[in-house]
Design a protein around this ligand. Structure first.
Ligand SMILES: Nc1ncnc2c1ncn2[C@@H]1O[C@H](COP(=O)(O)OP(=O)(O)OP(=O)(O)O)[C@@H](O)[C@H]1O
Length: 197
């Protein structure tokens, strides 16, 4: 996996005619993590959407090392498919040296989901579905992770698995940008604190 990175330079975000943040500059390099915090409605999700290229900033530029893997509130998995096949559907699109089924098997194991592989996504619990969404990101083998509230609905065990996955990703040269209002154990993270305008 090549190194991941994401950098904002003088980025201004506007939504509904209101400036949420302006002149935001930061760089998350290979092996690093950025944690975006701030009160509800301040623009954390909007920042992640800008990082993913889903929202255009009114000013400034975003540079990143592709491909990027994104998780939002929606796990983006086919609800009718068994979990392993739903993950495989996406993993096949990803550019990786490793076979898609091997990546999916590893990602299921990393989030303690192997026993749920044959279960249709729609039957998973809320927390299991959140873990499945994180497994989708993991299985993509993307160097740059963009995570919007990834810890929502995770129990203590899943949180530990998630923190371990972030640590491994960084050790392998990945970069991660996380918007969260929860306390996460992400050592040496760069804090990006958004304040109400
Ligand atoms: N499509 C949209 N059009 C106009 N305004 C929007 C749109 N989407 C979001 N907003 C507004 O932009 C602001 C920032 O929303 P955003 O979801 O980025 O905040 P957040 O910091 O992630 O909040 P939370 O902690 O509640 O998840 C909010 O006031 C929201 O109402």
């Amino acid at each position: 996996m090549p190194g991941g990175a994401i950098a904002f330079r003088d980025v201004t975000c506007e939504r509904g005619g209101r400036v949420l943040f302006e002149g935001l500059t930061f760089a998350v390099e290979q092996g690093q993590a950025g944690v975006v915090t701030g009160p509800n409605g301040v623009g954390k999700s909007s920042l992640i959407r800008i990082a993913a290229g889903l929202l255009q900033p009114v000013e400034g530029t975003v540079a990143y090392s592709p491909p990027r893997a994104l998780i939002t509130e929606d796990a983006a998995l086919d609800r009718e498919l068994p979990l392993d096949r739903a993950l495989l559907f996406w993993a096949r699109f990803d550019d990786s040296e490793r076979a898609a089924d091997e990546r999916v098997a590893d990602a299921l194991e990393a989030f303690d989901l192997t026993h749920l592989a044959p279960v249709p996504v729609r039957l998973l619990s809320t927390g299991q579905r959140r873990r499945a969404g994180l497994a989708r990101v993991l299985a993509a083998d993307s160097p740059t992770w963009l995570l919007d509230e990834p810890a929502n609905g995770l129990d203590a065990h899943a949180l530990t698995l998630f923190e371990a996955a972030i640590a491994r990703h960084r050790k392998a040269g990945g970069a991660v940008l996380i918007a969260t209002h929860q306390q996460l154990d992400v050592p040496r993270a760069q804090m990006i604190v958004l304040e109400a305008a």
